[in-house]
Ligand binder design. Structure first.
Ligand SMILES: C[S@@+](CC[C@H](N)C(=O)[O-])C[C@H]1O[C@@H](n2cnc3c(N)ncnc32)[C@H](O)[C@@H]1O
Length: 272
């Protein structure tokens, strides 16, 4: 996907993300933040800054944010669009060549009160999450990771192949490498909980499912096409079944009768 179309995809999903996020976990993180001001926040895989736009009005001011992403065009957009707080951006591949070295890089972690990311954890590996937990612990930061895909999606009206396609999509995620090592995919929140708890954090999780209604046609269409593409890549021998399924699912969308739930989870972690 080009940077321009990826930016459009992020814009399309932002209202669904905002509606889905756990307000309770955001409040728990606010309560766990220290009284120091300004708050220094690190946002990983920032994209065009959706996480800043959601959190900045809900966290105590003043705030200083460092937004990190490998895509400089998305970061430039984030700087232009973002909210009422101080924003710095850093273009960096957070995964390569040595994820531990990258995460330990001095400008990223020291002095941060909160380390956060939205829609990122399912892209990273178990070992990367282990390193992340260690770096958060070393600086005593709270952590909030939202909108992590958990592998549990459902469509209505149902089609016989829905479960098979979802399983192929989940397999595709687990065999992807976005530069962080093999992706944790739907297991990411379990992995993150394990590593943060292992270094002494209290961890809370909450559902943040997308609940897409029939009038959210464009988001549903792009989502379903993405699932079909992933399924076809992991199992080319089932291309014909996948195309048939895609045609029927898109017909439901176009007819305004399609509902889709995409399972996500938020995770918050803090030191007692
Ligand atoms: C699904 S998007 C989420 C963007 C944003 N946090 C949001 O919620 O809209 C994942 C982001 O992670 C970034 N990303 C993926 N792999 C990366 C890597 N290896 N290093 C740095 N950023 C990466 C992508 O460029 C993208 O902006």
């Amino acid at each position: 996907m080009s940077a321009d179309s990826f930016s459009k995809w992020l814009a399309l999903r932002e209202p669904a993300d905002t509606a889905a996020r756990s307000a309770a976990l955001t409040e728990a993180i606010v309560a766990a933040l220290p009284p120091d001001r300004p708050l220094r926040i690190l946002d990983l895989g920032s994209g065009t800054g959706s996480n800043v736009r959601y959190l900045s009005s809900r966290l105590p001011a003043p705030q200083h944010w460092l937004l990190v992403d490998r895509d400089p065009d998305l970061l430039a957009e984030a700087s232009g669009r973002s909210a009422n707080c101080q924003i710095e951006t850093l273009g960096r591949n957070l995964g390569a060549p040595d994820s531990l070295a990258n995460l330990a890089d001095p400008p990223l972690f020291p002095g941060r009160h909160l380390v956060t990311a939205s829609a990122l954890l399912d892209l990273v590996s178990d070992q990367w999450l282990r390193a992340l937990a260690g770096h958060c612990r070393a600086i005593g930061a709270a952590a909030l990771f939202t909108l992590n895909y958990n592998g549990r999606s459902r469509c209505a009206p149902s089609e016989a192949e829905d479960d098979a396609i979802r399983d192929l999509m989940n397999r595709h995620q687990r065999t992807s490498d976005n530069g962080f090592g093999l992706a944790a995919g739907p297991d990411a929140v379990d992995c993150a909980e394990r590593w943060f708890a292992a270094v002494g954090y209290q961890v809370r999780r909450a559902a943040s499912d997308w609940i897409l209604l029939p009038d959210e046609r464009e988001l549903q269409r792009q989502l379903i096409e993405g699932w079909a593409q992933a399924a076809g890549e992991i199992s080319p021998e089932q291309t014909s079944m996948i195309h048939d399924w895609l045609a029927r699912r898109l017909a439901h969308v176009e007819a305004g009768r399609s509902r889709v739930i995409v399972g996500h989870e938020d995770l918050a972690a803090w030191l007692a």
